[in-house]
Write a protein that binds this ligand. Structure first.
Ligand code: SF4
Ligand code: SF4
Ligand code: FES
Length: 330
């Protein structure tokens, strides 16, 4: 079948334009096969990254038909069937500076990973007399996060990263959970404190699910972020009131807002959590730059519509809260 590849290209002067290439492709071939054929037969100047060609190295991540994925994973038949047309659009990853064509500068991605101290501390990093052994059960706790191939697809789609440069990103927080879940690591308490401190860590995530949607390895970064949040909340002291602890306030505001509107009214969420219900002026002021960036990128929700089925959601939450209250008092 004939397929048109519409590729966003960047010249060295950062001039952007779309270039189209027509190719004869087999349905079972991959998008990467198409790019390689273009480079070999039509245009040797087209720049993109690839290595393993087998969804292992993560280097061929790019935006294909509007979502970030691996070019060596997606096949032609699937891509043309998605929109029912023999055209595939390809662009570089988002949230990263473009170097040329489909090649992005990954340095911010690595810097954000480094920020979570992505190494097992192994008991103060002393040299053991023998290996730090783990049981198969302990090892299996790390499998899902360990499958990350650091491709950058989640980072490219992350809505929080798009407006908050301080947020370390889904890949880094999935790694953070991998370390918190590792029984050999001796810095769990420090890690949880660091990951829960400000909007650079878990509380910066807007729970948009995009990272889960695009991750080609099933790492589900948002699930890992939720586990980190739970560990942080478990560590919060019972006497922490919503005024004293931002993590506790975060959970409380989240439940209250979902109960009231079926989903979260993001306009109120920041004010309640970071601004402590208008009590924390410093916190409120710290939200201003983020709010302005969101406005500039069209990501600030100007209005709020309760979700369909709000009543059902509310009843469910009430039932769970009542059950919890009964089991606590028993
Ligand atoms: S769920 Fe959170 S970490 Fe994942 S893409 Fe959305 S904002 Fe980013
Ligand atoms: S979490 Fe998934 S999408 Fe993100 S870098 Fe790792 S493998 Fe890629
Ligand atoms: S070339 Fe290695 S993941 Fe695609």
């Amino acid at each position: 079948m004939q397929v048109t590849f519409s590729i966003t290209r960047y010249s060295t002067q950062q001039h952007t334009y779309i270039q189209q290439y027509k190719l004869q492709m087999q349905p079972g071939q991959t998008v990467l096969d198409g790019l390689l054929a273009i480079k070999a037969e039509q245009d040797g100047t087209l720049a993109f990254r690839k290595n393993c060609r087998n969804t292992i190295c993560g280097s061929c991540a790019m935006s294909i038909n509007g979502r970030s994925t691996l070019a060596c994973k997606e096949n032609i038949h699937h891509e043309v069937s998605r929109f029912g047309r023999n055209e595939i659009t390809i662009a570089p990853l988002g949230n990263l500076p473009v170097v040329r064509d489909l090649i992005v500068d990954m340095q911010p991605f690595w810097d954000d990973l480094e920020a979570v101290d992505p190494y097992v501390s192994t008991q103060g990093r002393t040299v053991p007399e023998r290996e730090f052994l783990q049981t198969p059960e302990q090892r299996s706790q790390l499998e899902q996060m360990g499958n990350c191939i650091l491709c950058g697809a989640c980072y490219s789609e992350c809505n929080a990263k798009a407006v908050n440069p301080d947020f370390v990103g889904p890949h880094a927080l999935a790694k953070a959970q991998r370390l918190v879940g590792d029984n050999r690591d001796s810095q769990t308490a420090d890690r949880l404190k660091q990951y829960g401190e400000d909007l650079s860590g878990v509380w910066g995530c807007t729970r948009c699910y995009q990272c889960n949607n695009v991750c080609p390895m099933g790492v589900e970064p948002m699930e890992q972020i939720s586990k980190l949040k739970q560990s942080i909340l478990d560590k919060a002291k019972p006497q922490d009131s919503h005024q004293a602890s931002r993590p506790v306030r975060h959970r409380k505001a989240l439940v209250e807002l979902v109960k009231s509107g079926g989903w979260i009214d993001e306009r109120q969420f920041g004010v309640q959590v970071v601004g402590n219900y208008f009590r924390d002026l410093k916190g409120l002021l710290s939200l201003a730059p983020l709010g302005l960036r969101m406005l500039a990128r069209g990501k600030f929700p100007l209005s709020f519509e309760p979700s369909e089925g709000t009543e059902e959601v509310r009843n469910l939450i009430t039932a769970v809260q009542e059950k919890k209250a009964t089991s606590t008092s028993a």
